[in-house]
Design a protein around this ligand. Structure first.
Ligand SMILES: [Zn+2]
Length: 81
């Protein structure tokens, strides 16, 4: 189970309270996927209904970060430039 915090309204809940919008399309995303880190869009369905980005590890499901659209962090722990 994923525990997700909405970066817009601060709601913290399991992923069943959110809607997965699919993989985040951006330059370099494929490389990050290869390294096990998936970037996706999620929607805060039971809260503010905003779309936000999330990075998680595809293997252990650890959530690295969530961010408001347009404010994506460059790197996450475990990533190298
Ligand atoms: Zn929200």
């Amino acid at each position: 189970m994923l525990l997700i915090t909405c970066p817009v309204c601060g709601v913290r809940a399991s992923e069943t309270e959110f809607a997965n919008g699919g993989l985040y399309a951006q330059e370099g995303a494929r490389d990050r996927y290869v390294r096990g880190i998936v970037r996706e869009w999620w929607n805060c369905e039971s809260g503010c209904r905003s779309w936000f980005g999330m990075a998680r590890h595809a293997g252990n499901q650890r959530v690295f970060a969530t961010w408001v659209r347009g404010k994506e962090p460059e790197l996450f722990p475990g990533e190298s430039a």
